[in-house]
Design a protein around this ligand. Structure first.
Ligand code: ZN
Length: 339
């Protein structure tokens, strides 16, 4: 098991970044991977927290070119800090893994579980899903900063959380059918995080300070569940395969968690779970529940349902068990109101 060793969550904790990473920064300096928007918001507080030891590298996209730039800048530094929503954390995480430096994750939004997981999702790899790296050594989540992120990002985080419901079901299925290793502890941990949204949507959907904290803790826990399982199984099943396929067909439509949430509604129905409950929880937190809400065409949904399992054939899910024809895929999407 590889797990984050330090987690600091609270209001205004960004000002404590210096002491948080002190064991890794020493005199050697620190590389900070961040997008330009994020940098413009937090640069002053981060610079003062680090006493000017930070070397900023702008992350423009979640791809290998940016990973290489961060790696180049990191020679001679003590650690890499990824500050941002998704791409800077993923880029920093993989760069640190490849140059064997400690990595610290400083999320400025809570839109998906990559903030704590051992995985990085990047373009330019040989596959459309995440690559295994290492979990961050530390995660520092400033609730003041995260609560002020656009609501859409927080709702998207809820979508990534509910997806653990079907991910765990797929894992159980693979265990039954293929004898694949199944870890009931990590599965329960992931389900507990999903329930933060499924059972507490009204409270979470307010997105006040305490609900944002619950959301952040739940997302961190799912990353920890993946670390305990040693694979992404508890966090990513058929609903993620659907989302990854949609990424290829409609790369600019919808956020990761939004697509996974919509996928979860449909996969829950295939699994015979309470898909209406999933849809209602997503609605309550303001997450999209239909293709049109994220600008995706009906045909793209149907094609993604039919072909999703082909992008990762070794991952056995409900889509491997019940191969969908075009007609059945369309029925599934229509009957759940996704199209
Ligand atoms: Zn995800």
């Amino acid at each position: 098991m590889e797990l984050p060793t330090k987690v600091l969550i609270g209001d205004g904790v960004l000002s404590r970044l210096g002491e948080f990473i002190s064991e890794s920064s020493s005199e050697k300096g620190v590389v900070i991977a961040a997008g330009s928007n994020v940098a413009s918001k937090v640069r002053d507080s981060v610079d003062s927290a680090l006493g000017g030891k930070g070397r900023w590298v702008e992350v423009k996209a979640a791809d290998m070119e940016n990973v290489e730039r961060v790696k180049k800048a990191s020679y001679g530094s003590g650690c890499i800090v990824g500050i941002g929503g998704g791409k800077s954390v993923d880029v920093g995480k993989l760069a640190a893994f490849q140059v064997r430096l400690p990595f610290y994750s400083v999320p400025t939004s809570a839109s998906h579980d990559g903030i704590s997981s051992p995985f990085a999702s990047l373009k330019g790899l040989d596959r459309p899903y995440s690559v295994m790296a290492k979990p961050p050594l530390g995660i520092l989540a400033d609730i003041d900063v995260i609560a002020s992120a656009p609501r859409r990002l927080l709702s998207s985080g809820c979508g990534d959380l509910v997806s653990k419901l079907t991910a765990v079901k797929d894992w159980q299925l693979a265990h039954r059918v293929n004898g694949e290793y199944y870890g009931s502890y990590s599965a329960s941990l992931a389900l507990m995080s999903a329930n933060v949204v499924l059972l507490g949507a009204k409270k979470i959907g307010i997105f006040g300070k305490s609900s944002v904290r619950d959301l952040v803790e739940a997302l961190i826990s799912t990353g920890v569940a993946a670390g305990i399982a040693g694979s992404s199984r508890p966090c990513s099943g058929s609903e993620h395969l659907f989302s990854h396929y949609l990424d290829m067909l409609a790369p600019d439509s919808g956020l990761h968690g939004e697509k996974c949430g919509i996928g979860t509604i449909m996969m829950a129905k295939l699994h015979g779970l309470d898909w209406r409950g999933v849809r209602s929880a997503l609605r309550t937190v303001g997450a999209p529940v239909s293709a049109s809400q994220i600008g995706v065409e009906d045909e793209q949904v149907v094609e993604s349902l039919v072909k999703a399992s082909s992008i990762r054939p070794e991952r056995y899910t409900i889509l491997s068990k019940r191969t969908l024809s075009n007609r059945r895929a369309e029925n599934l999407a229509r009957s759940t109101g996704v199209i």
